[in-house]
Design a protein around this ligand. Sequence first.
Ligand code: TRP
Ligand code: SF4
Length: 405
Amino acid sequence: MALPGQYERVLSGMRPSGRLHLGHYHGVLKNWISLQHEYDSYFFVADWHALTTHYDTPQNMQSNVWDMVVDWLAAGVDPSRATIFIQSQVPEHAELHLLLSMITPVSWLERVPSYKEQQEKLAGKDLSTYGFLGYPLLQSADILVYNASYVPVGDDQVAHVELTREIARRFNYIYGRDEGYAEKAEAAIDKMGKKNARKYRQLRTAFIEKGEQSALEKAHQLLYQQKNITLGDKERLFGHLEGGGRVILTEPKALLTRASRMTGLDGQKMSKSYNNTIFMRDDNDRITKQIKSMPTDPARVRRDDPGDPEKCPVWELHKVYSDEEVKSWVVEGCKTAGIGCVDCKKPLIDAIVKEQDIIKARARPYLEDPTLVRTVVASGCEKAREVAEETMDEIRECLNTDYYS
Ligand code: TRP
Ligand code: SF4
């Protein structure tokens, strides 16, 4: 387990969809970039997840993976702060997925909302597969194998994090209650010394009998400070506080990514399937052309017809790219026909091109020398494997399959 508050880990994954667009940049990547300064961050390419739905088209897997990782790096994900890796290169994910499948009721998986939704959405494809049903559990394994405390996700993924919490709880319930677990907890309490033992018991009673959250937090602090007890005993005492067995797997929390639905060139949500995207590292001339041909408020037929920014997709982009001064210039100018749509688009084009220049500059070394990307990811995979292996050692012990240790 990751002892809460000690060093907290963030983990998130993305399916390898190839080149990313500004919706990914503003919606997901900027969030990852701010998180990497605060947490021990793990970001990975969920290539096996892609196969749960696209098992019949693996042809572009590798180019999609490398293109996407270059975009992560170009956005500012920093390999000296965050561990970047590929799911399939850390086979521990598969091992944990298998072991968790032993304790996962099929009905829990059938109940996950995305199961039926995706089957309906991708109706042309046979998704009555074992792998597709188990896909949220694979996601649980992705998260639990690193004992991640936080998982930044969009609202479509919250149910998967919720499932992960339920699985962790069930695992801890089944395997954290070894024979005589209550007696073992009592013995572990005594190992802390008289004074700390008394304090622990008082705080535990205050939490269990009166539900005092602050007592629970104080007890956690007390446990972090203990130097004389083993990790096993610590896990036992964390679990015992809440009336359970050992806390082996950490229950993660979803960090809901602010629903920034980046508007596409046509006013719908920006998405590759709507063909309305500006890609990261897009060509400046193409960007200029695309913005220039964006539709605007249909009321502005002639230059002197006033308009309403709320009815215009260009305004949605100003909301992301422009400061207050430019924004009030747009609102005022649009409503009074003081500016034309061509004028209005000009500062937007400049802002996007400027942002792209920074992104492109970060990508340049990786494009000039693709082995650099591979090296970054290879060392990320290695580090991820070390962490995952540590968790698996403990899990194999729980399942009594650690024959040679
Ligand atoms: N299922 C996620 C998606 O489709 C990707 C993903 C896989 C993920 N494993 C994860 C996200 C673990 C967060 C944590 O977008
Ligand atoms: Fe849209 Fe700007 Fe034209 Fe108003 S002036 S309709 S906000 S492009």
